[in-house]
Design a protein around this ligand. Structure first.
Ligand SMILES: C[S@@+](CC[C@H](N)C(=O)[O-])C[C@H]1O[C@@H](n2cnc3c(N)ncnc32)[C@H](O)[C@@H]1O
Length: 470
C-alpha cells in the first residue's frame, strides 16, 4: 500500500488552498463540504471560489503565496499552474510537519485526495495512488451504481439506534449478531424503499425481542476455490465478512485471505504435504472450542470442503459436540484448473465420465482400481499426484492404457502462476523431471487433453508442451 487511507476531521480547522482557478475551486468545495474554514491565497481568485470562501466565513488573501500563510493552518493544498509555487508550498508545509497535497504531483504530496462516493455519513474513498485516475473514475462509477443513495439515510437511522441497542443488548457478541441479523433482514429494504417509519418500528420490535437472543457459536466450512479470488462464491464472501475467527489452510491464497473481515482472528492450520502443521484432530477440537466460546468460526479450505478436504471429519466432530454448522461448496481444483487450462473434463466425442482420484503415494505405492482408471472414454483427474506421477503413468500403461494417451499437469491453476505441462503417459515423467514444478499441481489424463490447443484461453504463454522440452 502506497498511502494509508484515513479520514481526517477538518471541521472548523483552517485549511489553506493556494491557487485561484478551477482546480483550486474543486479542492476548496471538498474541504468546505467537510466543514473546514478556508484560507485561499492567489494573486487572482475566480468569482465562484471567492463566493464559496465568503459564504463559509473564510479568508481571502489576494496576493502571491508567503510562508506565513501556513501560520495556524491544519493542512495545505497547492493547486496552482506554477510548478515553483506548488513546490514551495510543499516544502514549506513539510518543514512545519503539516499534511500537504499538490494536485497531480504525488511526489510532492504527503497526502492525496481520493476519489469519493459520498453517501454521507457513508463515504467510500478510492485511490490508485496516483497511478491511474481514469481507472479510479471507472471504479467510482461502478460503486456509484452499487450503493443506493439511500444508504446515507440507512446509516443515519442505524446511528440513531446505536446507543439504545448498546444499552439493551449489553453483550458484545450478542450485539454484533443483533446488527448482522438486522442488516440481513427486511429492514434495509424498508429504508431503501422510503418507508423509514416501518423500518423504525421493525428495529423497535427486534430490540424488544432481543432479550431472547442466545449467543451460539457456529462453524462454517467454506470452500475458497482453487486460487483466483474471483472464483469465491457470494455466500463464501458474505461469511468471510462476518466471521470472528478464521482457520485456513496453506492452499488458501493471500489474495483470498485479504477479503476476510480485517479484525477477524486468523489462524493458519497449515496442511502441506508431509507437514501437517496442525494435526487434523487438533483442528477438529479447535473448531469445537471456538464455537463453544460463542464465536462465528470460518473454516476456510482450498477448493471444495467435501472433495479431498477432510470436511467430513470436521463436521463429524461438530455434530458430535452439537455445534451448528453449514458447509458452503467451493470450486474444486479439478473443475477450476481444467476450465482455466482449457481442458473440458467431459466431451461428447471422447469422455463420457470424469473421475476425481487421490493420487498420493502410501508406502511407495498407490492403491487404486487401475483396470477401471485405464479404460477409454473417460477423464481421470489425480489430486495430490505430483510425487506419484511416475507410478501413475506406469500403472495406467501396465493396465492397458496406450502410452500415447494425453496427460496434462496444471501447476497453481487459476492463479497468475498457472502453468500447463502437456505430454503423454510415456513422456510426462521426463517432462516433469526437467521442469521446475511448483505445488499445488493437478493431473488430468484422457483424450480431452488434446483439445487444449484449441480451447486454451487463460495465460496462453504459460504452456509448455513436450516439443519444447524433449
Ligand atoms: C488436499 S487436496 C484439497 C483439494 C480441495 N479440497 C479441492 O476441492 O480442490 C490438495 C490438492 O488439490 C489440488 N489443488 C488444489 N488447488 C490447486 C491449484 N490451484 N492448482 C492445481 N492443483 C490444485 C492439488 O492436487 C493438491 O495437491
Amino acid at each position: 500500500m502506497q498511502f494509508l487511507p484515513i479520514f481526517l476531521n477538518v471541521r472548523a480547522q483552517n485549511c489553506l488552498v493556494v491557487g485561484g482557478g478551477e482546480v483550486a475551486y474543486r479542492k476548496a468545495v471538498l474541504l468546505d463540504r467537510a466543514g473546514a474554514r478556508l484560507r485561499v491565497v492567489a494573486p487572482k481568485i475566480s468569482a465562484e471560489l471567492e463566493a464559496l470562501v465568503i459564504a463559509g466565513a473564510g479568508e481571502l488573501r489576494i496576493r502571491a503565496f508567503k510562508e506565513s500563510d501556513l501560520d495556524g493552518v491544519f493542512l495545505a493544498v497547492a493547486a496552482t499552474d506554477d510548478e515553483e509555487v506548488n513546490s514551495n508550498v510543499s516544502i514549506a508545509a513539510k518543514n512545519r510537519g503539516l499534511p500537504v497535497n499538490v494536485v497531480d504531483k504525488p511526489a510532492l504530496c504527503s497526502f492525496i485526495v481520493p476519489s469519493i462516493v459520498d453517501r454521507s455519513p457513508i463515504v467510500i474513498a478510492i485511490s490508485s495512488g496516483g497511478t491511474s485516475p481514469i481507472l479510479t473514475r471507472k471504479l467510482k462509477e461502478k460503486i456509484e451504481i452499487l450503493v443506493p443513495a439511500a444508504y446515507g439515510r440507512l446509516a443515519l437511522m442505524l446511528g440513531a439506534f446505536r446507543g439504545r441497542v448498546k444499552s439493551v443488548v449489553t453483550d458484545f457478541k450478542a450485539r454484533t449478531r443483533f446488527w448482522e441479523a438486522l442488516l440481513s433482514g427486511p429492514m434495509p429494504g424498508m429504508v431503501l424503499s422510503g418507508d423509514e417509519d416501518q423500518a423504525r418500528r421493525y428495529v423497535e420490535h427486534q430490540l424488544a425481542a432481543s432479550e431472547q437472543i442466545e449467543v451460539r457459536g457456529e462453524v462454517y466450512l467454506v470452500g475458497a476455490g482453487p486460487g483466483d479470488p474471483d472464483l469465491l462464491t457470494l455466500k463464501a464472501l458474505r461469511i468471510m465478512h462476518e466471521a470472528d475467527v478464521v482457520l485456513y489452510d496453506r492452499l488458501v491464497s493471500p489474495e483470498i485471505l485479504r477479503r476476510v473481515r480485517p479484525d477477524a482472528d486468523m489462524i493458519h492450520v497449515g496442511k502441506e504435504r508431509a507437514n501437517h502443521s496442525v494435526p487434523q484432530e487438533q483442528i477438529n477440537e479447535m473448531l469445537v472450542r471456538l464455537a463453544q466460546e460463542g464465536k462465528k468460526v470460518l473454516r476456510l479450505k482450498g477448493g471444495d470442503p467435501f472433495i479431498f478436504g477432510r470436511g467430513g471429519e470436521e463436521i463429524d466432530r461438530l455434530a458430535e459436540a452439537n455445534i451448528p454448522f453449514q458447509v458452503i461448496p467451493g470450486i474444486t481444483a479439478a473443475s477450476g484448473c481444467a476450465c482455466y487450462a482449457g481442458i473440458p473434463l467431459t466431451h461428447r466425442d471422447c469422455a463420457h465420465s470424469v473421475r476425481f482420484v487421490a493420487g498420493h503415494l502410501r508406502d511407495g505405492s498407490i492403491d487404486l482400481d487401475w483396470d477401471e482408471l485405464a479404460k477409454e472414454h473417460q477423464t481421470v483427474v489425480f489430486y495430490m499426484g505430483l510425487v506419484g506421477l511416475e507410478t501413475i503413468c506406469a500403472k495406467l500403461i501396465a493396465h492397458g492404457a496406450p502410452s500415447t494417451r494425453p496427460i496434462a499437469l496444471v501447476q497453481q491453476g487459476t492463479t497468475q502462476n498457472q502453468l500447463v505441462l502437456k505430454g503423454t503417459l510415456d513422456t510426462m515423467p521426463r517432462i516433469v523431471n526437467t521442469t521446475e514444478v511448483k505445488a499445488p499441481t493437478i493431473i488430468i489424463v484422457g483424450a480431452v487433453v488434446s483439445l487444449q490447443d484449441k480451447y486454451s484461453w487463460f495465460r496462453k504463454e504459460a504452456l509448455l508442451d513436450e516439443s519444447a522440452l524433449l
